[in-house]
Design a protein around this ligand. Structure first.
Ligand code: PMP
Ligand code: GLN
Length: 378
C-alpha cells in the first residue's frame, strides 16, 4: 500500500492504555477521568433522548448551545463572538482541529508547531501536504523563544498552532507570550489555531490567556474547546470551535461533509447544563486539589517535578532513578510495577528524551494514593 502516512503508527495513548489493560496496571497514561460524570448531566441527555431529539442536529450545532457558548466566552474573555456565524459544535476538539487544518492547508504551506506537541496536529497537516515547522519549547519550563519563532516565519507560513494549558507539560502561556505572538503576526495573513481544550483547568490563581482576549489574535484565530475535558465526558466526543465569520464559513464548508453535525441529544443537555457557570468555574479548585494531593504523595519519591500550572497532567522526571530511555522505562513501569504513564519523548522534536513521564491525575483519591504508593517504591 502506498501509505499517505508512512511514518505514523498507532497513537501512544492507545499503545499505553492497551498495555495498562493487559497488565492490569493503574492507568495514568491516556488522559481521562476515572470518576463518574455528574448524574445531572447524564439525566439531561436521557431527557433529551426521551423528548425525541434523536435525529440530525442543525449542521453548525444547536443554536441554544451556540448561544450559551458565545455568552460564556464573551463574558470570560471580553470577546464578541456571534453564535450564528462564529461558533460551531464539533465531535470533540480532535474533529475541529482536523477540519480546520483540512479547510486551510494546501501542499507546501508551512505550519509552525511547538514540541512537545499533542499528537494529532502533525498527521493532519501531513495529510494535506503541509510542511511542519517544529520549534522545541525551551526547558526547564517549556517556554517559547519568540525570537526563534520570528526566524521561522516565512512567506509560506500559513498557520501557527499553540496549546495552552499545554499537553503534555502542564505549562501555560502568559499574557506577555500572547502579546509577543500578536505582534509577530500583525500585518500577516497567518491563521492561528489556539487549542484551548484545558481552558478551565488552571491552577494557583492563574488566568487562562485565551486568544479570544487579544483582538489582533482573535481576528485570525480558531479556538478549539472540548466538553470531554470540562465535564469529565471524554467518551462523548463533544467540543466546539470559535472563529471570525469568514474563517468559520470555510470551516463549515468542510464540516458539513466530514460529520455534517454532532450528537443532537448531547447538545440539548450541554446547552442546559452550561446555564450554571459553576459547572466549569469550579474546575480549577477541583483539579488543583487532585494535583496537590498527588504531588504531596510523591514528593518524597525519587521522581522530581515542577507542579503543573494547568491541564490534568503532571510530568515526573526520573533521571535520579535510571538512565533508561523514557519509552522503555514507561513500558517497564507498566509491566513490572503496574503503573502506566506516557513517555514525553514521543511528542518531542527528534524524540528528544529528557527522562520525563506524564501522569494523568484526573483520578479518584484512592487511585492517586495507590499510584503514589507504587511510585514511592521505585
Ligand atoms: N487537544 C489536546 C491538547 C488534547 O489534550 C486533546 C484531548 N486529548 C484534544 C485536543 C482532543 O480533544 P477531544 O477529546 O475533545 O477530541
Ligand atoms: N488527550 C488525551 C491525552 O492526552 C488522549 C486523547 C486520545 O486518546 N486521543 O492523553
Amino acid at each position: 500500500i502506498n501509505s499517505k502516512l508512512p511514518e505514523v503508527s498507532t497513537t501512544i495513548f492507545t499503545v499505553m492504555s492497551t498495555l495498562a489493560n493487559t497488565y492490569g496496571a493503574i492507568n495514568l497514561s491516556q488522559g481521562f477521568p476515572n470518576f463518574e460524570t455528574d448524574k445531572g448531566l447524564i439525566d439531561l441527555v436521557t431527557l433529551a433522548m426521551k423528548k425525541g431529539h434523536n435525529q440530525y442536529a442543525p449542521m453548525p450545532g444547536l443554536l441554544s448551545l451556540r448561544e450559551i457558548i458565545a455568552q460564556k466566552t464573551n463574558t470570560l474573555y471580553q470577546s464578541n463572538y456571534n453564535p450564528n456565524t462564529e461558533v460551531t459544535i464539533t465531535s470533540g476538539a480532535t474533529q475541529a482541529i482536523f477540519t480546520i487544518i483540512s479547510a486551510f492547508i494546501r501542499p507546501n504551506d508551512e505550519v509552525i508547531i511547538f514540541k512537545p506537541a499533542y499528537d494529532s496536529y502533525e498527521p493532519s497537516i501531513e495529510l494535506f501536504g503541509g510542511t511542519i515547522v517544529p520549534i522545541q519549547l525551551s526547558m526547564p519550563d517549556f517556554t517559547i523563544d519568540w525570537q526563534e519563532v520570528a526566524t521561522k516565519i516565512t512567506s509560506k507560513t500559513k498557520m501557527v498552532i499553540i496549546n495552552s494549558p499545554h499537553n503534555p507539560s502542564g505549562s501555560i502561556l502568559s499574557k506577555e507570550d500572547m502579546l509577543q505572538l500578536e505582534k509577530l503576526l500583525e500585518g500577516t495573513d497567518i491563521i492561528l489555531l489556539s487549542d484551548e481544550v484545558y481552558e478551565h483547568i488552571i491552577f494557583d490563581g492563574l488566568a487562562h490567556q485565551s486568544a479570544a482576549k487579544f483582538p489582533g489574535l482573535a481576528e485570525r484565530s480558531f479556538i478549539t474547546a472540548s466538553f470531554g475535558k470540562t465535564f469529565h465526558t471524554t467518551g462523548w466526543k463533544m467540543g466546539y470551535c470559535l472563529a471570525p465569520r469568514e474563517l468559520m464559513a470555510e470551516f463549515r464548508k468542510v464540516h458539513q461533509f466530514n460529520v455534517f453535525c454532532s450528537s443532537h441529544p448531547m447538545q440539548y443537555a450541554l446547552a442546559e447544563y452550561l446555564k450554571n457557570a459553576d459547572t466549569y468555574l469550579s474546575l480549577p479548585n477541583f483539579y488543583q486539589e487532585k494535583r496537590d494531593l498527588f504531588l504531596s504523595l510523591v514528593k518524597d519519591s525519587r521522581f522530581s517535578f515542577t507542579p503543573a500550572s494547568g491541564t490534568y497532567f503532571q510530568l515526573l522526571k526520573y533521571s535520579a532513578i535510571t538512565d533508561e530511555g523514557d519509552v522503555a522505562f514507561a513500558e517497564r513501569l507498566t509491566k513490572e510495577h503496574n503503573i502506566a504513564s506516557i513517555p514525553v519523548s514521543v511528542f518531542n522534536l527528534n524524540q528528544q528524551d529528557d527522562k520525563v513521564l506524564r501522569f494523568c491525575f484526573a483520578k479518584t483519591e484512592d487511585t492517586l494514593k495507590r499510584a503514589a504508593e507504587v511510585l514511592c517504591k521505585i
